[in-house]
Design a protein around this ligand. Structure first.
Ligand SMILES: C[S@@+](CC[C@H](N)C(=O)[O-])C[C@H]1O[C@@H](n2cnc3c(N)ncnc32)[C@H](O)[C@@H]1O
Length: 233
């Protein structure tokens, strides 16, 4: 299994300067929650060693943005541990501020980098749910190669998801929806969780709106929420 190629898929890592309080929070809280990768590229992360207490299931969110969805899922699922990946430092600080003081941080690990790298280091069939919500759409054709979803990324997802695990994906970009449906179908390891439903099936109660989704709706763009299930191996 090779490391993912150095294909750039995310926009910025640094935005405007962090407010002093956020910077202090980042320095104080991130070292405890940051997930460091093994030095050996053939080694794998041990899910059993991620959290101080055992969890029922391990979930993964790639591109958590400001972290409100991840924080919600931690609160709503008190027996689940979640790894969140986000290279944008403002987003990481945002998640840390949401987790501060509510007791859920012990079930969170943060990988402040490219989620494809993290997936590479996960063992097979260890993830019970995967969220990729509003990945950067890169609408210009010459930027399509930066889209997170491609054959290699999906092969990694299929490897790390357990049989029956759910993969939730959303976008407000029609072309990216088509692109993803085509590539997921070509991958062959996933089935739609709601077969026969329209392309935009009803929203499950346990899927809150993200910040990006709220902005998209406010701008009149209708998001498409997709749920796939990892088919039995
Ligand atoms: C459009 S935003 C959506 C954020 C959030 N999911 C939401 O719905 O509000 C996409 C996010 O994905 C992050 N991202 C892009 N490529 C990524 C990658 N390879 N691994 C992890 N995060 C990534 C970006 O930094 C950005 O914060």
């Amino acid at each position: 299994m090779e490391l993912p190629p150095q294909r750039r898929v995310y926009g910025r890592r640094l935005g405007h300067r962090l407010r002093p309080g956020r910077q202090a929070l980042l320095e104080r809280a991130l070292p405890r929650l940051r997930l460091d990768l093994p030095r050996d590229e053939r080694a794998r992360i041990d899910p059993a060693g991620l959290f101080p207490a055992p969890v029922r299931d391990l979930w993964l969110e790639i591109g958590f943005g400001a972290g409100e969805h991840l924080a919600h899922q931690l609160r709503a699922n008190p027996d689940v541990g979640i790894i969140g990946c986000e290279p944008f430092v403002q987003g990481v600080a945002g998640l840390l501020s949401l987790l501060e003081g509510d007791g859920t941080a012990a079930r969170a690990r943060i990988f402040p980098d490219d989620g494809r790298l993290l997936v590479h280091y996960l063992p097979d069939a260890c993830i019970g749910r995967l969220f990729v919500l509003f990945p950067d759409p890169w609408p210009k054709k010459r930027h399509h190669k930066r889209r997170l979803i491609d054959a290699d990324t999906l092969a990694g997802f299929a490897r790390v998801l357990r049989d029956g695990a759910e993969f939730r994906w959303a976008s407000d970009d029609r072309d990216y929806v088509e692109w993803t449906l085509e590539r997921v179908a070509a991958n062959g390891a996933f089935v739609r969780a709601d077969p026969g439903a329209s392309e935009a099936p009803a929203r499950p109660a346990d899927w809150p709106e993200t910040r990006y989704e709220q902005k998209a709706r406010a701008a009149g763009r209708a998001p498409v929420l997709l749920r796939f299930v990892r088919a039995p191996r």
